[in-house]
Design a protein around this ligand. Structure first.
Ligand code: PLP
Length: 434
């Protein structure tokens, strides 16, 4: 299958090209040329299929001809060796826990799959590439872990000094090996600007092959479809109407869910749940899409004022507001409401949500309160609550355990190279290190 640009259907490239380029030459985002229903035999024996098997079949639907199935199977085996369990919270409300990967957030799915795919294509041509990424926290750790020790690949992570949490920092500064962390005296915006400058610098382009692993890469979206199928497999009453709430920032996660529905997954309604960065809920209400400057919240991985996957989402509905609202409802919530939800759900059901999952939960409850059908509700739990220890502990007034992988990291020594927020220093590092 070809992949084409959201802004021009005539720009079509192979999967390998889409992965390498990240973004289309016209500034659009790559999407599958078509999204067809899965074949009948996918659903045969569906309840018995392993997560692995489901993932291979869903991916093959798009990658037949781009990757031999045997290689695809290996890629999925290496990158996705953790489950996405559906955990009961209330009688008909479930959390789909997406934080059982090595960095305890759902970004592990996308980043690890992308790393394996890129590693596969690079390896076959014996190339050497540098993955350059700016992070405000979670992306850096998922990407660094995903690419850790893959041959031919060097990872350089830029992050703003003093502006990420200690556990986030430890996740990409203690790996060593092929991962270097550049600690920038500046803000996240400085880091992002320096990375962009590196990609357009003649001399660097001549001497280094750079690639970005950012969230618009289509290879990060494909594996995010897998767990929607896995969720459906674990529902006790699959005949009931199904509502899935997705806590959203750049809307990659929700887009993947909508793709899964297009492939035949029986979801009756998606809920786009945001914090006060409410550009999409606002669009759903008013038909007006108006990007904003992002506002800081306690669900900080969703502090996005101009969601990058919006064109992918709209493209799926032929840019028609009415068809989109047939499938998707949107709500936004304040930090106070989020904290209150974490507290209440813990008090009543003894389930600990992280601030992102809590926004999803709130969206789900709000939708269900106005719906007249008995439904099964799922909200995506996108991060382990321990990653947001302070906020969560304040809400539930008990202390939470750091899970084993985080605990181990906290005792490891951080190694970084400190640089100024000056592109020259980044350039010098990229050209003179190997
Ligand atoms: C990135 C992230 C989100 C937002 O996901 P999008 O695909 O950008 O909408 C939600 N929760 C957590 C924990 C994240 O890291």
């Amino acid at each position: 299958m070809k992949f084409c640009s959201t802004s021009n259907k005539n720009i079509q490239v192979s999967f390998e090209e889409a992965v390498r380029q990240g973004m289309a030459a016209d500034g659009g985002l790559f999407v599958p040329e078509t999204i067809d229903q899965l074949p009948e035999n996918f659903w045969r024996n569906f309840p018995q299929k392993s997560f692995n098997q489901i993932s291979v079949e869903v991916a093959s639907h798009f990658l037949k001809g781009s990757l031999p199935e045997e290689d695809l199977r290996k890629i999925i085996q290496h990158s996705l060796m953790f489950d996405a369990p559906l955990v009961k919270v209330e009688s008909t409300i479930f959390a789909l826990e997406l934080f059982h990967g090595p960095t305890l957030a759902f970004k592990d799915f996308g980043a690890r799959f992308l790393a394996e795919v890129l590693g596969y294509y690079i390896g076959r041509k014996q190339e050497e590439i540098t993955v350059l990424v700016a992070t405000s926290g979670d992306t850096g750790s998922a990407v660094a872990h995903g690419f850790f020790n893959l041959p031919g690949i060097r990872v350089v992570v830029l992050y703003p000094s003093g502006k990420v949490t200690e556990s986030q920092e430890k996740q990409f500064t203690t790996l060593g090996g092929n991962v270097t962390a550049l600690e920038v005296a500046g803000t996240f915006d400085d880091c992002q600007r320096m990375v962009k400058q590196a990609f357009s610098d003649e001399e660097i382009r001549l001497r280094r092959t750079l690639t970005s692993a950012n969230s618009i890469n289509v290879a990060r979206l494909l594996p995010q479809m897998f767990y929607y199928f896995r969720a459906f497999q674990q529902i006790p009453l699959p005949q009931q109407k199904l509502v899935i709430a997705v806590p959203s920032g750049n809307f990659g996660n929700l887009t993947a869910g909508l793709w899964a529905k297009k492939m035949g997954l029986p979801v009756d309604r998606f809920v786009a749940a945001t914090n006060v960065n409410n550009v999409v809920p606002e669009y759903l209400r008013t038909k007006i899409f108006r990007p904003i400057h992002s506002k800081m919240t306690i669900s900080n991985a969703m502090d996005v004022g101009d969601p990058s996957n919006f064109p992918r989402m709209m493209g799926l509905y032929n840019f028609d507001h009415a068809s989109l609202t047939n499938d998707v409802s949107g709500y936004e919530f304040t930090d106070d409401e989020t904290v209150e939800a974490i507290r209440e759900v813990y008090r009543t059901f003894k389930y600990i949500m992280d601030p992102h999952g809590a926004v999803g939960y709130l969206g789900l409850k709000k939708y269900l309160a106005n719906s007249h059908f008995p439904s099964t509700g799922i909200f995506l739990e996108t991060a382990h609550p321990a990653k947001f220890k302070e906020t969560v502990e304040k809400s539930i007034t008990t202390s939470i355990q750091l899970p084993e992988p985080l605990l181990k990291l906290m005792s490891k020594e951080k190694k970084t190279i400190c640089i100024k927020n000056d592109f020259k220093e980044l350039k010098e590092y990229l050209l003179n290190s190997d």
